[in-house]
Design a protein around this ligand. Structure first.
Ligand code: SF4
Length: 406
């Protein structure tokens, strides 16, 4: 299934992180960062494999000491994903990570400041064909810029920090660079990236840094990242959550799929919010369906709807769905009723039909169904529910009458 998006994309040059292209029209990629000690080779690799399974494309590991660099030397050849070494303070760790064979470096211009050190690392990267991410971070902005901009972190200060670093790289003929200007403040981060996008064609790595635990962190990160992606800005993304990094990868992947920027890999489960008409516990059934599908590669939109009165119509664009009738579920494929199943088999029936559609397609699914019988059963339940509940299942008319009499 092709990724389909109507969002604009900002033209950028392309950087290769190992075999994964970033920018230059490539699909937007998902990044995350391991939380293990990098010297724990097996533990780190286990996390990297879990990240890859959750939809991560590029992974970052800290390289904060020589043990970590030695770990990287063993991790890189066994990793399913390209590795970015995260470097702070010590330029020598950048050199050690390059010796370990990493596919990219992340440098923080706020804490590696000596021009000679920066240029030495850039020269090594140039000679080895290894890109660098200039990773400006609002919380660790170069103190000189912080002072220059009145003791505040501003979008202008963050962009200037990135541009100063880029100029050092250019002095040694190195421009294989992507850039990030992350902040934990969402409006600040959005404005910094907008300004950066105006002054450079390097690919941009988006993120709201230190977004925090779920669910607030997810909302903050999504607010920042999605706003920019909707404007065409951003070539690779990372959710910085205080959670298992697998959650970061899942969130990144789901956001890109929701925006049509990556082709769908797993189920897009939609469900009605439930209301007075619901004939089932929609939250419980949707949760059971989510668990049943899990991470399985079923690239379909699947709907769980609380009633057969409105469900099949409201979810007619879904590939497959189920709507509750009177103690039974009505399965529908692209809005056409195809089968009736007992209430307790609703989730297993969804899984079975989803597997059938993935293997044989929608047409075959419709062919195997007794459409007349399914439609008659759905209409009978619909009529029964309307008879029982009326058109106004939430008694809004009655409530309005009472309000008017106050
Ligand atoms: S009318 Fe039916 S499908 Fe719509 S929210 Fe209510 S229960 Fe769900």
């Amino acid at each position: 299934m092709e990724a389909t998006t109507i969002l604009p994309r900002r033209p950028t040059r392309q950087v290769m992180v190992g075999r994964v292209p970033v920018g230059g029209g490539a699909p937007v990629t998902v990044q995350s960062m391991t939380t293990t000690k990098t010297s724990d080779v097996d533990g780190t690799l286990a996390q990297i494999y879990a990240l890859a399974a959750a939809g991560c494309d590029i992974v970052r590991c800290t390289c904060n000491d020589l043990d970590a660099a030695e770990g990287l030397a063993q991790i890189v050849p066994r990793s399913p994903l390209p590795i970015v070494a995260d470097i702070h303070h010590q330029y020598r760790m950048a050199l050690a990570a390059l010796e370990a064979g990493v596919h990219c470096l992340r440098l923080n211009p706020g804490n590696i400041r000596k021009p000679d050190h920066i240029k030495l690392v850039a020269s090594e990267c140039r000679d080895r064909g290894v890109p660098i991410r200039i990773g400006v971070n609002g919380g660790s902005l170069d103190e000189r810029l912080y002072e220059k901009y009145g003791g505040r972190v501003t979008p202008e200060a963050m962009v200037e920090s990135a541009m100063i670093e880029l100029a050092y790289f250019e002095e040694v003929g190195f421009d294989d660079v992507k850039i990030s200007v992350k902040a934990s403040n969402v409006p600040l981060m959005i404005e910094a990236y907008r300004q950066l996008a105006d002054v450079t064609d390097h690919p941009l790595h988006l993120g709201v840094t230190e977004a925090g635990p779920l669910p607030g962190g997810l909302l903050k990160a999504t607010a920042g990242i999605a706003t920019l992606l909707a404007e065409g800005i951003g070539d690779t993304i990372r959710y910085s959550l205080t959670a298992d990094p697998v959650e970061e990868a899942r969130a990144g992947r789901q956001l890109l799929e929701a925006l049509g920027l990556r082709e769908r890999k797993s189920v897009d489960l939609i469900a009605c919010p439930s209301c007075g008409r619901a004939e089932i516990d929609v939250i419980a059934v949707a949760k059971a369906a989510q668990e049943a599908f899990g991470e399985r590669e079923i690239p379909l939109q699947i709907a769980v709807m609380g009633c057969v009165v409105n469900g099949p119509g409201e979810a007619r664009d879904a590939d497959l769905g189920i709507a509750a009738g009177t103690r039974r579920g009505h399965l529908f494929v692209r809005g056409t009723n195809v089968a009736v199943v007992p209430e307790e088999e609703m989730v297993s029936a969804l899984v079975e039909w989803a597997e059938f559609i993935v293997e044989h397609g929608v047409e075959r699914a419709l062919e195997r169904a007794d459409l007349t019988a399914a439609k008659a059963a759905a209409e009978a339940d619909r009529a029964a529910l309307l008879d029982e509940q009326g058109l106004d299942a939430n008694n809004a008319g009655q409530r309005i009458d009472v309000i008017r009499r106050i």
